[in-house]
Design a protein around this ligand. Structure first.
Ligand code: DP6
Length: 449
């Protein structure tokens, strides 16, 4: 380790990792310890500018124990899985030398150095938006960079797959080690060595897609994915049929659809897969309900529109929660989608009345710009420019939205407040390392800034 005389140095790495949304779902493990899935899955990585985790990891001879802070709060690292993840990475660390700072770390030193970790999500952790996928990918990626691990992304994805903190964790984190379109191959090896993430295409390959997420409920998930999928594996015959007979064919077709940027096939496969995953949840005993009425209304809105157009415009997919992830085939379709969504699900509700009143007050005293700002801030986050493109600049524009033509004979009621907010994003890049200026830990103390 450094020359032994100076123990004040701190070595740190800051990285940012994206989250991902599966279009062919992972649901069910064949090995709970190694986190080996019962089928392949495919995901789209979401733009980290809108949804990501930033993590700083640091080592120093002066750190007395391993410590971690998540969104500013210290959390326990007692979980065996976290320790085994750390052990895996430490054992793969290689020699590190920085003569200027007087740091020289030998391979065998990594296990003697304690780590400090600070992690921050740029989106609500409790929104059920696969925050753990971004989190664990970021943890593994930044620790690997810090410890000079030479393994490629595929091998790192195998560690990310198994990274669990206390009871939370995410096998799907392995797909966040790449940008664009990613497959998690289930593998055959009983020791899990070939259960890794593989990039199918970069985000640039299909950059027309626009993703709008409707955050339906900000409450914590009721049944965690981990226990939900365990119960499905134990009790759902449909899940086993899906894993054995359905998914293998869909994976081949989805890979082809992505390769050819074939939106109709992509959308059909994604919607069918999401519905089948939720059917497996219903087939579980006792049944698991992740979607709610709002989720069903969103499905029906998209299905009606797609049918009216004669070819899919938008794909929908739902994870283990009620939030809808809607993938529009291009920007123009996304603006139409947003108009429809805002028609059905305008902001405000009984409980949001103050927000509504504030908006109305703004208009009454001609602070339309303030109202717009408020609408922008509170009801659509991410790529906010889409609001303007959809011609929605004020609350009045929302109120004036016409009913979607495909429902003109049977106009459904509006569902104000059923969607907490929307996020507009697109396919994005994989993890990146940031300069120390963006570190979440103080360079001198190694404590959160
Ligand atoms: C529905 O990766 O969160 O989002 O491996 O048990 O931690 P564990 O589960 P997790 O499950 C994700 C399930 C899903 C589908 C998917 O992302 O493929």
């Amino acid at each position: 380790m450094a020359d032994g005389s100076d123990k004040s140095w701190i070595l740190m790495v800051t990285a940012q990792s994206p989250t991902n949304i599966a279009v062919i779902k992972y649901w069910g493990k064949r090995d709970e310890t190694l986190i080996l899935p019962i089928n392949d899955s495919i995901s789209v990585t979401l733009d980290p500018d809108h949804l990501c985790t930033t993590t700083t990891v640091a080592v120093s001879p002066k750190f007395e124990k391993d410590q971690m802070w998540l969104n500013g709060k210290e959390i326990s690292l007692a979980g065996g899985r976290f320790q085994s993840c750390l052990r895996e990475i430490r054992s793969r660390g290689t020699d590190y030398e920085d003569q200027e700072k007087g740091i020289s770390i030998k391979k065998q030193d990594w296990e003697k150095l304690n780590v400090h970790i600070a992690s921050f999500n740029n989106f609500p952790t409790a929104a059920g938006l696969a925050s753990s996928a971004a989190g664990f990918a970021c943890l593994v990626y930044s620790l690997a960079k810090l410890m000079n691990v030479k393994e490629d992304q595929g091998q790192l994805s195998a560690i990310a797959r198994q990274a669990h903190l206390t009871l939370q964790g995410s096998g799907s984190a392995c797909r966040s080690l790449y940008g664009g379109f990613v497959k998690w191959a289930m593998g055959n090896d009983p020791n899990g060595s070939d259960s890794i993430a593989i990039q199918l295409a970069t985000e640039a390959h299909w950059d027309e897609l626009v993703i709008i997420i409707a955050v339906v409920s900000s409450r914590q998930k009721e049944t965690s994915s981990t226990s939900g999928m365990r119960e499905s594996v134990e009790t759902s015959p449909l899940l086993h049929h899906r894993a054995k007979e359905v998914v293998p064919k869909c994976i081949v077709q989805m890979e082809e659809a992505i390769r050819n940027r074939d939106f109709p096939s992509f959308a059909k496969l994604a919607c069918v897969d999401s519905n089948q995953f939720h059917a497996c949840c219903l087939d579980t005993s006792p049944p698991i309900f992740y979607m709610n009425d709002t989720s069903h209304k969103i499905i029906s809105c998209v299905e009606k529109w797609n049918r009216a157009e004669g070819t899919p415009q938008v794909a929908y997919t739902f994870d283990a929660g009620p939030n809808a992830v809607l993938i529009a085939k291009n920007r123009q379709v996304a603006t139409l989608l947003l108009q429809k969504l805002l028609f059905y699900f305008p902001p405000a509700s009984e409980t949001d009345l103050s927000r509504y009143k504030l908006l109305r007050l703004c208009f009454r005293v001609s602070f339309a710009w303030l109202a717009f700002l408020y609408l922008e801030i509170s009801y659509l986050i991410g790529d906010k420019s889409i609001l303007k493109e959809a011609g929605i600049e004020t609350m009045k524009d929302v109120e004036a939205l016409p009913p979607p033509p495909e429902v003109k004979d049977n106009i459904p009621s509006k569902n104000a407040g059923d969607v907490s907010y929307f996020i507009c994003t697109r396919p994005g890049r994989g993890p990146v390392v940031f300069s120390d200026e963006k570190a979440l830990l103080h360079p001198e103390t190694g404590l959160p800034k």
